[in-house]
Design a binder for this molecule. Structure first.
Ligand SMILES: *Cc1c(COP(=O)(O)O)cnc(C)c1O
Length: 396
């Protein structure tokens, strides 16, 4: 199998993946970013950091997560279909992998206060969890509207000891929570800003992708054991900001024979005005500290995304994904609310696995593909559906 070294995963010195990325931040935060970069460079080769990260992923998070061959999907699609079970992680999604990596980094930097934002609350819960573990003060910004929609996760964060601060500006959702978290960071430069996806100013996208790359490292080892080859032919993952996708794709970018599919939320349809499919509807612009594709109007005002899934309801995508999609290395597919709901129901009733609504978008996408018997498909099941039970039962 030919392997071309293309280095999609390595941004340049300024943090650019091709034309996307960088660090568009107020001067005041420049030293923070530089300090973070220096510590991040160090941990890549720091044995004791790597050891502690690995140990916590094993004993606290419960890794490796299984790579499960679905017999029913294999029969239906005529080729092996594997589910990477990130839903089985502690706290119920892939977000904890990155939260563990960054809290260890914050500890190494001598930080004692963590600030984060959250949409559906999954990243907030993961952050509150690792802050409890490491005795750190935790402040989570969350849109007022999301606080209402995601009450169980708000309760979890508070019970874990975090302070949840409502973001009351704009649409009162994730992008507003992010703006307010960044504002908090500017006013409290000694705090550590723990970003939950492959977004934000350099080095965050690179760092989050690195911490999540454990997903594809495990897929390779598990596939080797099960099939005798490390490489699937297709990897499918949903994209909000893109951290579970970056983690699931990471080890495969440089092998062009592995097709990578980034699945975006089309909401009520890409022509409906109610969608979150950034790679289709977005244009280049600066969002939350990086130059990337984002949904904006002719005046550069961010347009309101829509998806039934709070985790995919974001107007941008990480610069790594913007770059690889524009280059054609990654293909994007849009999945509507309705298609995701059907896929969630099917997995629940046929496999006994209730997926997160976000992950259901990735599951639905396999139906849009031309498959042959020689395909080996891996779908990243980014999280479990407990948080979505109200939406699911309202649809019954
Ligand atoms: C947050 C979340 C997502 C979207 O975030 P990415 O950074 O794109 O991975 C997807 N699935 C689940 C279960 C989530 O909690």
């Amino acid at each position: 199998m030919k392997t071309v070294q293309l280095n999609y995963t390595q941004p340049d010195e300024m943090g650019f993946y091709g034309e996307f990325g960088g660090a568009y931040i107020p001067e005041l935060l420049r030293p923070n970013i530089e300090e973070l970069q220096a510590y991040f460079d160090e941990v890549a080769t720091d044995q004791s950091f790597q050891q502690e990260f690995k140990q916590l992923l094993t004993d606290y998070v419960g890794r490796p997560t299984p790579l499960y061959l679905s017999a029913k999907m294999t029969k239906e699609f005529g080729c092996p279909v594997y589910l990477k079970r990130e839903d089985l992680n502690h706290t119920g999604a892939h977000k904890i992998n990155n939260a563990i990596g960054q809290i260890l980094l914050a500890k190494k930097m001598g930080k004692t206060e963590i600030v984060a934002e959250t949409g559906a609350g999954q990243h907030g819960v993961a952050t509150a969890t690792v802050c409890a573990l490491m005795n750190m003060k935790c402040i989570v910004y969350m849109g007022e509207k999301d606080i209402e929609r995601q009450a169980p996760n708000v309760q979890r964060m508070k019970y874990l000891g975090a302070e949840v601060v409502p973001a009351t500006s704009g649409s009162k959702t994730l992008k507003d929570a992010t703006n307010e978290a960044i504002r908090h960071w500017i006013n409290h430069p000694t705090a550590y800003y723990l970003i939950g996806s492959v977004v934000g100013p350099h080095p965050y996208p690179e760092m989050v992708a690195y911490f999540q790359s454990i997903i594809s490292k495990e897929i390779k080892m598990q596939l080797m054991e099960k099939t005798g080859s490390e490489f699937p032919t297709k990897v499918i993952a949903c994209v909000g900001g893109g951290s579970n996708a970056a983690g699931a794709f990471f080890e495969f970018y440089d092998n062009e024979e592995v097709e990578l599919y980034a699945i975006e939320a089309a909401g009520l349809g890409n022509d409906s005005g109610h969608s979150a499919a950034t790679s289709i509807l977005g244009t280049p612009g600066v969002l939350h500290g990086s130059l990337t594709l984002l949904m904006q109007d002719e005046y550069g005002q961010v347009t309101e995304p829509y998806s039934i899934s709070a985790g995919l309801d974001y107007p941008g995508i990480g610069p790594l994904h913007a770059h690889t999609i524009v280059q054609g290395r990654t293909k994007s597919i849009s999945i509507t609310d309705e298609e995701a709901l059907q896929a969630a129901k099917k997995l629940s009733s046929e496999e006994g696995i209730i997926p997160a609504l976000e992950s259901a978008h990735a599951l639905a996408a396999i139906r849009k593909m031309q498959l042959s018997a020689s395909d080996v498909v891996v779908i990243n099941l980014s999280g479990r559906g407990d948080k979505d039970m109200k939406t699911y039962t309202d649809q019954m």
